[in-house]
Ligand binder design. Structure first.
Ligand code: DOR
Ligand code: ZN
Length: 351
């Protein structure tokens, strides 16, 4: 029997997604509406092919996103540039002057999807990091080491203990977002660091652990990077997300890949969650009795870190059991969401 003391609806300030993959062309048109329906803004990742490395490329990509949103959308894409070994310090000055670029994204070369052009050694970007610190430009970090001999479950903790410590030590005023954290080590590091260090947390890392990937068979739609970790880490992430600390905020890392690329002998990394992002977060916060903390996590802390005002308006979720579709159109292909085969307990209303 349903507990009648539980709230049946939940109204939040219109939230922001501070980590999103929108892709390009037909894929972009297929997915952007899901995010624009729920979120006022999203920080758009630059790992296209070729990567978005200049202000001019980001401006053109932003126009394509706005076009794909249709004429009436109020959705505001916040752009990022892809940091490479060859990023010029001048580009940092141009980003600082830009009105629509909010960060550089640091991918260690080879860490994940379309990261081949990423940074091959930290020292290669030291001059650029110094310029970012000076100009107040934010660095978003994919925090994993890439040495193939390092166990995939250890890659984040080793990055936090090594490269990340070095960056924070050498650039103490640099604003850093440790993206999609997955471990207790990362959560503890961010908690202990200064106010210029924050982190995003995805819905999949709040809801699932590494055993979920292998429950009843291999579940490719739960495969992303950094990979899901042990239950103790999931618990640490839930604690951080619901702690009320403004250092932790919403970033879905929704990363669409065609069904064929996921359900393959060598499946692509990335979970698609934009179709029900808020519902998934509501479920995670609800299960840990902290639904009252979701508004700050989803709608306030990220905007504050990025120096943005809160969005106008609200969104409302209601307690309702429903099952999202098993797939969605994705250009000439299909996309299968994280939620395939299961129901959800919250649903956003289009009031
Ligand atoms: O699982 C992932 N997919 N992790 C990333 O860092 C990139 C993303 C993608 O672009 O598909
Ligand atoms: Zn990502």
């Amino acid at each position: 029997m349903q507990d009648t003391t539980l709230p049946k609806t939940l109204t939040l300030g219109r939230p922001d997604d501070f980590h999103l993959h929108l892709r390009d062309n037909a894929a972009l048109s297929a997915v952007v509406g899901f995010t624009a329906r729920q979120f006022g803004r999203a920080l758009v990742m630059p790992n296209l092919k070729p990567p978005v490395t200049t202000v001019a490329m980001a401006a053109a990509y932003r126009e394509r996103i706005l076009l794909a949103c249709g004429a009436n959308a109020t959705f505001d894409p916040l752009m990022t540039l892809y940091l490479t070994d060859n990023t010029a310090a001048d580009e940092v000055a141009r980003v600082a002057e830009s009105e629509f670029i909010y960060a550089f994204k640091y991918y260690p070369a080879g860490a994940t999807t379309n990261s081949d052009s990423g940074v091959s050694a930290l020292k290669n970007v030291y001059a650029v990091l110094e310029a970012m610190q000076r100009h107040g430009v934010i660095l978003c970090v994919h925090g994993e080491v890439t040495d193939p001999s390092t166990d995939v479950f250890d890659r984040e903790a080793i990055f936090v203990d090594g490269a990340l410590q070095h960056i924070v030590r050498d650039f103490p005023a640099l604003k850093i977002v440790v993206e999609h954290i997955t471990t207790k080590e990362a959560a503890d590091f961010v908690t202990a660091a200064g106010p210029n260090i924050a982190a995003t947390i995805t819905p999949q890392h709040l809801l699932y652990n590494r055993t979920s990937i292998f429950t009843g068979g291999i579940r490719p739609h739960l495969y992303c990077l950094p990979i899901l970790k042990r239950e103790t880490h999931r618990q640490a992430l839930l604690k951080a997300a619901s702690s009320g600390s403004s250092k932790f905020f919403l970033g879905t890392d929704s990363a669409p890949h065609a069904k064929n690329a996921k359900e393959a002998c060598c499946g692509a990394a990335g979970c698609f969650t934009s179709h029900a992002a808020l519902e998934l977060y509501a479920e995670a916060f609800d299960a840990s009795n902290s639904i009252d903390k979701l508004d700050d996590f989803a709608s306030r802390f990220g905007a504050a870190f990025y120096g943005l005002p809160r969005n106008a308006g609200t969104v409302t979720l209601q307690r309702e059991t429903w099952t999202p579709p098993d797939d969605f159109a994705f250009g000439s292909e299909k996309i299968v969401p994280l939620t395939v085969g299961r129901s959800l307990g919250w649903r956003m209303t289009d009031l």
